[in-house]
Design a protein around this ligand. Structure first.
Ligand code: NAP
Ligand code: ZN
Ligand code: ZN
Length: 348
């Protein structure tokens, strides 16, 4: 076994703290890499604190990993020692079901293996994530990362990036569309960058008026303060699409009323509590309420290649791993500009 160290939650109420554990030896189809940076997703916080109700402990969070390959198994074809690589939210799936065959491994009918807070496909071996120094992953779930971009700022593409890229591509959001991005955090700021890159007119819809300048610098065309009743009223029926990245309970109907006829409200944010919605808010205007979960492996590689070609990375604040618990508190106050990334070199 390979000795690994990281930060783990031992239960839902104690802060993350140093923890030593083991990874499997490199198998014939495996890639071993030293993790250099790991992004901090709001899903890490939801799961560390068991807000979704399916957490298992000990938990080493982190599903936005980038690093350099140190060793590969005998049958590995795509990678060699020294390559820059990334791993997102998935480390395995059945590979044969209908959804896996279409490159939608996130919807594997057998249940895909998440990078942490879950099990390998044997449904027995726990998986541990990227707040750690080393990992071993099957080559099919390892992604190629460009040498051209700032590596620390690439890490968040592995979840925040693909989670916003995928639905915008699925619904073909682009030129001639008015896109509202609800919530300017880790996912939201990536949605702005992709929406702009795809040619849409982008409006950031935020509870934080102080984020206006940043939103415009990110390329957004407009900024709407959602707590301002007048601004909300004047945007009624305006948008073709809203991508909703909000992490806490909110009233969906308030935003659906801002959609034009045939408009689509796409949920990617995953608040822990359910929300009520009146069917009239959809009936009046033939509107859709939709959702999307990360993205499959082929599309994640497509997104990384798109980012390398168009020079797109995340806006980050690099943190020492010892500050992770403070970072969570700041995330809860919407005080992230716009993704925390852990410098794994600080894990001494
Ligand atoms: P984040 O960086 O904390 O951003 C969330 C943003 O939501 C905040 O910055 C804030 O933006 C807004 N917000 C927070 N509380 C709010 C409230 N009470 N009312 C209205 N707006 C509020 O989080 P993230 O990492 O982007 O993740 C966002 C959500 O997506 C989380 O629930 C996460 O679990 C989920 N997620 C889903 C997927 C998927 O595959 N579907 C993948 C990754 C993450 P403003 O300050 O601009 O209002
Ligand atoms: Zn995530
Ligand atoms: Zn499958």
């Amino acid at each position: 076994m390979i000795k690994a160290k990281g930060y783990a939650a031992q239960d839902k109420t104690t802060p993350l703290a140093p923890w030593s554990f083991e990874r499997r030896e490199v198998g014939p189809h495996d890639v071993q890499f030293d993790i250099l940076y790991c992004g901090v997703c709001h899903s890490d916080l939801h799961q560390v604190r068991d807000e979704w109700g399916f957490s298992i402990y000990p938990m080493v969070p982190g599903h936005e990993l980038v690093g350099r390959v140190t060793k590969v198994g005998d049958h590995v074809k795509k990678y060699k020692a020294g390559d820059l690589v990334g791993v997102g939210c998935l480390v395995d799936s059945c590979r044969t079901c209908r959804n896996c065959s279409e490159g939608l491994e996130q919807f594997c009918e057998k249940g895909s293996a998440p990078t942490y807070n879950g099990y390998e496909m044997d449904k027995k071996t726990m998986t541990f994530g990227g707040y750690s120094n080393v990992t071993v992953v099957n080559e099919d779930f390892v992604l190629k990362v460009s040498e051209k971009l700032n590596l620390a700022a690439v890490a968040p593409l592995l979840c925040a990036g693909i989670t916003t890229y995928s639905p915008l591509r699925h619904w073909k959001v682009g030129k001639g569309h008015k896109l509202g991005v609800l919530g300017l955090g880790g996912l939201g700021h990536m949605a702005v960058k992709f929406g702009v890159a795809f040619g849409a007119e982008v409006t950031v819809m935020s509870t934080s008026p102080s984020k206006k300048d940043d939103a415009l610098k990110l390329g957004a065309h407009k900024f709407l303060v959602t707590k301002d009743a007048e601004q909300m009223k004047s945007a009624a029926g305006y948008f073709d699409f809203i991508i909703d990245t909000v992490s806490a309970e909110h009233n969906y109907s308030d935003y659906i009323s801002l959609l034009n006829v045939n408009g689509v409200h796409i949920c990617v944010g995953a608040p822990p509590t359910p929300s009520q919605i009146h069917s009239f808010s959809l009936i009046m205007g033939r509107k859709s309420l939709a959702g999307s979960l990360i993205g499959g492996l082929p599309e994640t590689q497509e997104m990384l290649d798109f980012c390398a070609e168009h020079n797109i990375v995340s806006e980050i604040e690099l943190i020492d791993i010892r500050d992770i618990n403070t970072a969570y508190e700041r995330m809860l106050k919407s005080d992230v500009r716009y993704r925390f990334v852990i410098d794994i070199a600080t894990l001494k």
